[in-house]
Design a binder for this molecule. Structure first.
Ligand code: SIN
Length: 536
C-alpha cells in the first residue's frame, strides 16, 4: 500500500493527537500507531499537568522551579513559552470534555491542584491519579470523530524516508516512513507533506521501568538513522517510587503521594530524606532517586517504603483510587501498610533536537513530546512538565506546518521506492531476539543507571557494539517483525545514551558519575549534541 497525507503523524499520545486535531482543520492527516490508538505513554500518566492555574501562583515561580530542576541546561525561552501557554492549553482540554478534579463536585469550583517534587506551589492539575487516561479518552474521541483523520493502528514505523538516505538527491528532506502493517505483514510506503514524530519515550531500554512495553525509543532511533541532530541523551530520569513486586514490574506510585504527605522510610522505619535535601520527600526527582539508591546500597535491602498510613483513609481512597485499587488487587492496603518501592527508569529528557516549534535539523521532519529535546527540561525534568510540553509543542508544531508543507516537491513522492524485502527469510530462532533484549536492558540498568562511572560506561559501550552488529545481521537476514524492529531501536537508543554519558565528564542533573562528581561549568554548561558520524 502507498499512502500520501498532508500531515503524517507517527505516534498517538497527547503530543501526536494535539497536533493531528489542529492539522485536520487544514488537510488530510494520517496517524500511524503501533498498537491500538489509545495505547501510548500519556495514558499511563498518573500525576497530572503542571500549569499556573491558581491566582496565588505565578509564571515566574513555575519558570524558576523548572530551571532549578534543569540544573543549568534549560532553554529559558522554551521554558517561558511552555509555562505561559500552559493555562490556555488546559482550558482547551476542558472545552474538549476533560474533567479535572475540583474542590467539590461542582464544575464551577476551583481546580484541585496537587503538589509534586521540585514545585514551590500546588500547581499540578489532575484527574484523580488517572490523568493520562482522562486526557486520552477525550483526545481519542475527537480524533476518531474527525473526518480528516485516518487512524492506522497496529502499524510499526520501521524507518523514516529521507531524500538523501534513499538516494533521491539534492537537499535533504523527510518524506514519510516505511511502515509494517502487523495484520498483513506488508510494508507500506506512508508519506506526508510534513512528518511529525510523536513516538514517546524509551523506558524499555532499562530492565526496570515505569513505562509501558511500547516505550522502545522508535522515533529516537529512526531520527538518528536519518541523520537528525540528537541532544542530551545522557539525562534519563529515574522515578523514585515504582512498586517493588515480584510479578508487577512497571507500576508507578505517583509522586503526588508524597505531595499529599507520603514519607519515604528505610525498612527499619527511619525517614531518610531530611538528610539529603531541605525539601525532604519533595526534593527534585534526581535527588530522591539517588538518595534511595544510596540507602539501598548501604543497607543491602531490596526496596524502601513509601508510608502513607498517617494520612486519613478517605483522602487516600479519594485522591488515589487507581494506585489504591491496584495495590489492593495485589494484597497491599496503603491505608494500613507502607508501600514497597524502588526507583525505575521513567523519562528520557534528551531526544531529537528541535526548536520551539518542533522543527528538527531535517527539513520536513518535526518532533514533539518525549521523543523531542526542546530545551524545556534541561538536565532534569520537573514533575508533570511533560504533558504540558506535549500540549504546547503539539500546537506550536501545527502553527508552522503550513510553511513546512508548502516547501515540499510533490514529484518526489512518486520516486520513493517500495520496500525491498531482499532475501529475508522467516526468523528461525526467536530466542536470539529475546536474549539480546534481556542483555541490553540488564547492562543498561547495571552500568548506565542512577550512578555511573567511566569504567561502567565503557564496558556498556563495548557490549552494545557487539550486540548492535549481531542485531544488524539478524535484521538483514530475517523477515521483519515488531520485536525485531523494536530491538534494533532499543540497541540504538542505548548506544546514544552511553555516547552522551561518556561525553559529559561532569555530574549534572540526572547524570551522576563517580569519576566526575562535581559540575564543570567551564566545559560542560552546554547540551550534548550528536549527529550520525559527528560529535559536538
Ligand atoms: C507521577 O505521577 O509521579 C509522574 C508524573 C511525571 O512523571 O511527571
Amino acid at each position: 500500500m502507498r499512502y500520501i497525507f498532508d500531515s503524517l503523524v507517527i505516534g498517538s499520545g497527547s503530543a501526536g493527537l494535539t497536533y493531528a486535531l489542529r492539522m485536520a482543520e487544514h488537510g488530510q492527516v494520517g496517524v500511524v500507531t503501533k498498537r491500538a490508538l489509545e495505547d501510548c505513554n500519556t495514558r499511563w500518566a498518573q500525576g497530572g499537568i503542571a500549569a499556573v492555574m491558581d491566582p496565588n501562583d505565578s509564571f515566574d515561580a513555575h519558570i524558576e522551579d523548572t530551571i532549578k530542576a534543569g540544573d543549568g541546561l534549560n532553554d529559558p525561552e522554551v521554558v517561558r513559552i511552555c509555562v505561559e501557554e500552559g493555562p490556555a492549553r488546559l482550558r482547551e482540554l476542558m472545552e474538549l470534555g476533560v474533567s479535572f478534579d475540583r474542590h467539590g463536585d461542582d464544575p464551577t469550583k476551583a481546580l484541585h491542584l496537587t503538589r509534586e517534587g521540585g514545585h514551590s506551589a500546588r500547581r499540578v492539575v489532575h484527574a484523580r491519579d488517572m490523568t493520562g487516561r482522562a486526557l486520552m479518552r477525550s483526545l481519542r474521541a475527537a480524533a476518531l470523530a474527525h473526518p480528516n483523520i485516518t487512524i492506522l493502528e497496529h502499524r510499526h514505523a520501521i524507518d523514516l524516508v529521507g531524500k538523501r538516505r534513499h538516494g533521491l538527491g539534492g537537499d535533504d528532506r523527510c518524506l514519510g516512513a516505511y511502515v509494517l502493517n502487523a495484520a498483513t505483514g506488508e510494508v507500506d510506503v506512508t508519506l506526508g507533506r510534513s512528518v511529525l514524530l510523536a513516538t514517546g519515550g524509551a523506558g524499555k531500554v532499562y530492565k526496570y521501568t515505569s513505562n509501558p512495553d511500547l516505550a522502545t525509543g522508535d522515533g529516537l532511533a529512526m531520527a538518528w538513522r536519518l541523520g537528525a541532530s540528537m541532544a542530551n541523551m545522557e539525562f534519563f530520569q529515574f522515578h523514585p517510587t515504582c512498586l517493588f513486586h515480584p510479578e508487577v514490574k512497571n507500576f508507578l506510585v505517583t509522586e503526588a503521594c508524597r505531595g499529599e504527605g507520603g514519607v519515604l522510610r528505610r525498612l527499619d522505619g527511619h525517614a531518610f530524606m531530611p538528610e539529603y535535601h531541605e525539601l525532604k520527600d519533595l526534593a527534585p526527582r534526581d535527588v530522591v532517586a539517588r538518595a534511595i539508591d544510596s540507602e539501598l546500597k548501604k543497607s543491602g535491602d531490596p526496596h524502601v517504603l513509601l508510608d502513607m498510613t498517617h494520612l486519613p483513609a478517605e483522602t487516600l481512597e479519594h485522591h488515589f483510587p487507581g494506585v489504591h485499587g491496584k495495590l489492593m488487587s495485589l494484597g497491599i492496603d496503603m491505608r494500613r501498610q507502607p508501600i514497597p518501592v524502588v526507583p525505575a527508569a521513567h523519562y528520557c529528557c534528551g531526544g531529537v533536537h528541535t526548536d520551539g516549534h518542533g522543527r528538527t535539523s531535517i527539513p520536513g521532519l518535526l518532533a514533539a513530546g518525549e521523543v523531542a529535546h526542546t530545551g524545556l527540561h534541561g538536565a532534569n525534568r520537573l514533575a508533570s512538565n511533560s504533558i504540558l510540553e506535549n500540549l504546547v509543542m503539539g500546537r506550536r508544531a501545527a502553527l508552522i506546518s503550513g510553511e513546512v508543507q508548502s516547501s515540499v516537491d510533490e514529484a518526489l513522492f512518486g520516486q520513493v521506492r517500495n520496500w525491498e524485502p531482499g532475501y529475508a527469510t522467516e526468523p528461525d530462532e526467536k530466542v536470539l531476539i529475546s536474549q539480546a533484549w534481556k542483555e541490553i536492558r540488564s547492562l543498561m540498568w547495571n552500568y548506565v543507571g542512577i550512578v555511573r562511572s567511566n569504567n561502567r560506561l565503557r564496558r556498556a559501550m563495548s557490549r552494545l557494539q557487539v550486540l548492535r552488529t549481531e542485531i544488524r545481521e539478524h535484521y538483514w537476514a530475517f523477515k521483519l517483525d515488531p520485536d525485531l524492529i523494536e530491538l534494533r531501536n532499543i540497541v540504538t537508543v542505548a548506544e546514544l545514551i552511553v555516547r552522551c554519558a561518556l561525553m559529559r565528564r561532569e555530574s549534572r542533573g540526572l547524570h551522576y558519575t563517580l569519576d566526575y562528581p562535581e559540575h564543570d561549568d567551564a566545559n560542560f554548561l552546554r547540551d550534548s549534541v550528536i549527529k550520525r558520524g559527528l560529535l559536538s
